[in-house]
Design a protein around this ligand. Structure first.
Ligand SMILES: [Zn+2]
Length: 191
């Protein structure tokens, strides 16, 4: 079995070290964490070994878990506004063209022609917006794929991340340096 060195790269000790994902899952369930501890923890009174039922209350726990929260999964944008213009002007155009034809046969010829032209204009707008929608959507898909790929790498790193309470920093066990907790996201996304 391969041994992983979990000691903090800065202080060289393991007594104040805890996995980041464990800190976050404790801290986000509620402001107060009560339950069986796993391994080494930290309270306002100093370091504690959590082999019994413990209760940690206070903002520091929640604040820390907020700081160490995983990067947010990116989501794709679908340009609802453009899509709405496209659908509305398309339907409007078809309706107006129908009314235009009715008026031509009801011998309101000029009014009918006017409505036909107006209906065509609406259809034109629908086609034009659907074109730009497709283009925008394509570039958005490319951007989204890139972002998702970067996020998957970042979340994979985050799952292996450890936090040292003494040094207030995060690190990966296979790297020999520590990063201040507030720079965690940057470190996760660093290529
Ligand atoms: Zn340390």
């Amino acid at each position: 079995m391969a041994t992983i060195n979990l000691t903090c790269p800065q202080c060289g000790q393991i007594d104040s070290v805890r996995k980041v994902s464990a800190i976050v899952s404790d801290g986000t369930s509620s402001g107060t964490f009560s339950g069986y501890g796993d391994g080494i923890g930290y309270s306002a009174h100093g370091m504690i070994v959590m082999d019994e039922v413990i209760t940690i209350t206070g903002s520091s726990q929640t604040e820390l878990s907020w700081f160490l929260s995983p990067p947010i999964e990116p989501s794709a944008k679908y340009f609802g506004g453009i899509l709405l213009i496209m659908i509305v002007s398309g339907i409007m155009g078809l309706l107006i063209i129908c009314i235009g034809f009715d008026n031509i046969f009801a011998s309101q010829f000029e009014f009918g022609i006017f409505l036909l032209l107006f209906g065509l204009l609406c259809l034109g707008i629908a086609i034009w917006t659907s074109n730009s929608y497709t283009k925008l959507n394509k570039s958005e898909q490319i951007r989204f794929k890139k972002e998702l790929h970067a996020w998957e790498k970042a979340i994979h790193r985050w799952q292996q991340l450890y936090y040292c309470y003494r040094c207030d920093g995060v690190y990966l066990p296979n790297l020999n340096y520590i990063v201040p907790a507030q720079y965690m996201i940057g470190f996760l996304y660093y290529e």
